[in-house]
Design a protein around this ligand. Structure first.
Ligand SMILES: O=C(O)CCC(=O)C(=O)O
Ligand SMILES: [Fe+2]
Length: 385
């Protein structure tokens, strides 16, 4: 829960007036105002840990909705507890995917996407020196175009699933657990969007994900840092700064240090504390587009540290593929060309090419072009070899 100052300092102004005289009072008021402003900025730049049941209930605690609104407008991330995603589902998924990610590299290489799709199966991600920064396991919402069509995805969009998911052969349960996780995260996304509408004082259903929201999942494992430490976070970035392209992303982070950082509007970097049981909800670019820029997409990055592997699982949640995202009625669309309408289908299908253009290695792009699996080489000195 967020905590708020009790405001118990206010009576001091009156007492100071009695002893300071007018000039002293003016400077004292200035000092207090400066302190207040600083305190307000600090409060505004805190990432609230929100009890979701309480916040959506009839008697939401005073200040809570204001803190949510402030974080959504200025930072683009909140943490939620009492979020409705069962703890045992989170734990089951984490231990199953943890086992997969600790398999020998040769076994994991067999879980690479056969067609080199960057958002399917396992891959490892070295830095420019060939040192492992990150391993990922990615899952799409449907295994095949036929599954997508059976679930109600319009036929013209089902080709999004022509690269299949890659499941480890020795864990028959992982698939079901992962799909349950996707479903629970999608429901949470809908509730948080309802909370944002409430915090903004607009109709609860304003940010509608539709009957069949689009979702995808990525688990990230980051090795502990085993190289010289320059003392600068910028020299230890494992995941570069970005905002997600989703409407919201439901994140679950595990680790023994504060590796995840978010950038508020003032350009500083704030750590996102590891709060047991809490999930992190990042606003993505589509939420910014829906609100004509009123709600900030949370820019974030991951810095190395700690003594053990850091793990996060992100479920990227989008409205259904046939939704056109543009500034909604409460956010009067201005003439600002940054928020042109976009069809979610176009947005997500273009994403793969955009991702490879931004981050892909030449061999990775070639593998994708030729429909071949891609496993990046690690240097002899890399962690994890
Ligand atoms: O590892 C994290 O905490 C963040 C992961 C992330 O930003 C992403 O997968 O888009
Ligand atoms: Fe992200």
């Amino acid at each position: 829960m967020i905590t708020e100052d009790s405001g118990a300092r206010a009576p001091r102004i009156i007492r100071d007036h009695e002893v300071l005289g007018e000039a002293g009072l003016v400077s004292m008021v200035e000092v207090l105002e400066t302190r207040c402003e600083r305190r307000f900025r600090q409060m505004a730049d805190q990432i609230p840990v929100v009890d979701l049941e309480a916040a959506l209930g009839d008697n939401a605690p005073d200040g809570l909705l204001g803190a949510v609104r402030g974080a959504a407008e200025r930072i683009g991330v909140i943490q939620v507890i009492n979020h409705g995603v069962p703890d045992d589902l989170l734990a089951d998924y984490s231990s199953r995917i943890g086992r997969v990610l600790s398999l020998p590299r040769a076994d994991k290489a067999r879980l690479a996407s056969p067609g080199g799709h960057p958002y399917r199966g396992w891959r490892q991600w070295p830095d420019d020196f060939g040192r492992l920064e990150l391993e990922r396991y990615n899952v799409a919402q449907f295994d095949t175009p036929a599954d997508a069509r059976a679930a109600g995805v319009p036929a013209e969009y089902a080709s999004l699933y022509q690269h299949p998911n890659v499941w480890p052969p020795d864990d028959q349960e992982l698939r079901g657990v992962t799909f349950r996780y996707l479903d629970a995260a999608r429901q949470l996304a809908g509730r948080v969007l309802g909370l944002y509408a409430r915090a903004l004082g607009i109709a609860g259903g304003t940010f509608a994900l539709g009957a069949l929201p689009h979702v995808r999942l990525t688990t990230n494992d980051y090795p502990a840092w085993s190289y010289p430490d320059t003392g600068s976070d910028e020299d230890k970035l494992l995941l570069l700064e970005h905002a997600d392209d989703s409407a919201v992303t439901i994140l679950s982070q595990e680790g023994d240090y504060q590796g995840l950082q978010v950038q508020p509007a003032d350009g500083s970097w704030l750590p996102v504390p590891v709060v047991p049981g809490a999930l992190q909800v990042f606003s993505g670019e589509l939420l910014t587009r829906w609100t004509g820029g009123r709600l900030r997409a949370g820019r974030h990055r991951v810095v190395a540290g700690g003594t053990m592997t850091r793990r996060s699982t992100a479920v990227f949640c989008y409205p259904s593929l046939q939704t056109v995202v543009e500034p909604l009625a409460p956010f009067a669309p201005g003439s600002d060309g940054d928020y042109e309408p976009v069809l979610v289908w176009d947005h997500v299908r273009r994403r793969v090419e955009a991702y490879l253009a931004d981050y892909g290695r030449p061999e990775q792009k070639a593998a994708w072009r030729h429909g071949k699996p891609y496993v990046a080489d690690l240097s002899e000195t890399s962690a994890g070899r």
